[in-house]
Design a protein around this ligand. Structure first.
Ligand SMILES: Cc1cc2nc3c(=O)[nH]c(=O)nc-3n(C[C@H](O)[C@H](O)[C@H](O)COP(=O)(O)OP(=O)(O)OC[C@H]3O[C@@H](n4cnc5c(N)ncnc54)[C@H](O)[C@@H]3O)c2cc1C
Length: 498
């Protein structure tokens, strides 16, 4: 069973940082980062390693939101399915984006070692399972990931999936041997310590209330002090607020909750024998076994901020739905955080205007993507690496304000409902197929005994129609810019128009 654990089980922030100072004096730095979550800390650490003087201003405490309350699963890719990325930007750019997402995962792997962050307990392997019986689609995805995107993946047939996950709800699976998981809370505090070691100054309880980004030296105002910097990186996720409200408005906030159960004993291994993370292809359930016989399970979501304890029963219901044999599992702890989801599903990474950068919108898959953002932005500022422009086609789009939240909630309910109906249908069809096979076998046996031929056995439907390959990338016409200038978007934001 998995050796992984989560310090979420250890109660309130035992790994809490010693960097509690709030900024109480004026300061001049090269780079000011707003927000000490995964994104802000990675960009700060990388910029300091490249020689810049960096200050991080955190309104509350390091990792108090999603960055300190996640499941620690690190996979390549983005929240947006790769087929949609290809459709949007073409195969070549999609390949480059995917390669960046793998670099992000590699960054976490290289950082989350026992040497650098003691107690981080990395362990290998993740399995993406399908709620519906879609073997053909799986072949297509395996081909795209393995051949076009050079990612190590294995296709698992239904029997193999069910030999490690004893439930009739899952069908085929894609196994990612290079994916891994770590202790989520330890990671964000370890990252902060490594950033400090690289020379970053972190100030907690220091909300940024306004920014004047005109001019080369930009001015950042906090309740107790002012800062001047050549570059500002906005890594505040949905809580950024006043400094650039129109940027926060491009994110749909989604609160996601998770439970850690009490030890469940041997019965857990009888139901779940897979040692890594399991995610379903509809993004509904995400779980893994920790500490030998405890279950870490993320599932419910809201578009408002609810107290995690109130969602315990919802997790218990999900676990009992997927693994009825486990019954009502006793919950030891609930936790959760808000993720920022963009309208197009891709993160916001890039330069909004000269010296003003954004790293947010990482959604439910924030570990590899925030790491890639951190590396990319630090290298862009200090080395002139402009690969962030690959994200330019995914513009800043207003998420719809309160109406958008309500709509988002219903869309999410509908999507979850639709995938659950699809799951029921898939299971029904599977049962019907099994009954049909049994009936035909009995008929054949009866005919054999009676010496009659009987009707010809029904052929299975034509198998494995290969899905069409993704469309070829759109050719860029002569004279057409490969990447529209993202800073134009920011001018619109700062002008107060979208
Ligand atoms: C239950 C759950 C499970 C998850 N599991 C996984 C997983 O297994 N794998 C994975 O890849 N991802 C997972 N995620 C997603 C991942 O946690 C997030 O995408 C990621 O943490 C986002 O990081 P961030 O730095 O953008 O945001 P945050 O963690 O929100 O950090 C932003 C910080 O900025 C600060 N801030 C905002 N505005 C200001 C301001 N004006 N002044 C100063 N400071 C400010 C905030 O206080 C906050 O601390 C999960 C999320 C949840 C909730």
């Amino acid at each position: 069973m998995s050796e992984s654990s989560t310090s979420a089980a250890d109660g309130p922030d035992q790994a809490a940082s010693p960097f509690r100072d709030r900024l109480a004096f004026d300061l001049d730095v090269d780079i000011c980062v707003v927000g000490a979550g995964l994104a802000g800390l990675t960009v700060a650490r990388e910029a300091a390693r490249l020689g810049a003087s960096v200050a991080v201003l955190e309104g509350r405490q390091i990792g108090w939101n999603a960055s300190g309350h996640h499941l620690g699963t690190v996979m390549p890719g983005f929240g947006l399915p790769i087929s949609d990325v290809i459709e949007r930007v073409g195969l070549d750019d999609a390949r480059e984006l995917w390669a960046l997402s793998k670099e992000g995962a590699d960054y976490v792997r290289a950082t989350a070692t026992e040497d650098l962050i003691p107690g981080i307990k990395p362990s290998d392997g993740a399995l993406e399972v399908s709620n519906v019986d879609v073997g053909e689609a799986l072949i297509g995805r395996l081909q795209t990931l393995g051949e076009d995107f050079a990612t190590e993946v294995e296709g698992w047939q239904v029997d193999r999936v069910r030999s490690v996950l004893r439930t009739g709800r899952y069908f085929h699976g894609i196994y990612y041997p290079k994916a891994f998981q770590i202790d989520g809370r330890k990671y964000v505090h370890g990252l902060a310590a490594l950033a400090m070691r690289a020379g970053v100054r972190i100030f907690e309880e220091t909300p940024v209330v306004s920014i004047d980004f005109s001019g080369i030296r930009k001015r950042i105002v906090t309740p107790t002090a002012r800062l001047r910097a050549n570059h500002i990186v906005l890594a505040g996720n949905i809580h950024l607020g006043a400094p650039l409200k129109r940027l926060s408005d491009t994110l749909l906030p989604v609160w996601r909750y998770a439970a850690l159960t009490e030890p469940l004993g041997e019965r857990l291994a009888e139901s779940i024998a897979f040692p890594g993370s399991v995610v379903d292809s509809d993004g509904i359930d995400h779980f893994r076994v920790v500490d030998g016989d405890r279950l870490l399970w993320a599932s419910p979501e809201t578009t408002w901020n609810a107290r995690p304890e109130r969602l315990g029963a919802a997790v218990q219901r999900r676990v009992a739905t997927v693994f009825p044999q486990l019954g009502k599992v006793p919950v030891a702890e609930m936790f959760g955080g808000a993720v920022g989801v963009t309208v197009h599903g891709m993160p916001q990474i890039g330069q909004l205007r000269r010296g003003l950068w954004v790293a947010s919108g990482f959604g439910r898959q924030g570990l590899n993507t925030s790491a890639l953002a951190g590396q990319l932005i630090a290298r862009s500022i200090l080395w002139g690496d402009d690969r962030w422009r690959l994200f330019s086609p995914f513009e800043l789009v207003w998420a719809g304000g309160t109406t958008g939240r309500v709509a988002g909630h219903f869309v999410s309910l509908w999507a979850r409902g639709a995938s659950s109906v699809a799951g029921v249908l898939a299971r029904y069809r599977e049962g019907a197929r099994a009954k049909e096979r049994l009936r035909e076998a009995r008929l054949a046996e009866a005919n054999l005994r009676a010496g009659t031929r009987g009707p010809a056995l029904r052929r299975p439907p034509p198998s494995a129609v290969r899905p069409a390959r993704p469309p070829a990338p759109r050719q860029i016409e002569d004279g057409e810019a490969a990447y529209p200038d993202a800073s134009q978007e920011s001018e619109r934001i700062s002008d107060g128009r979208m």
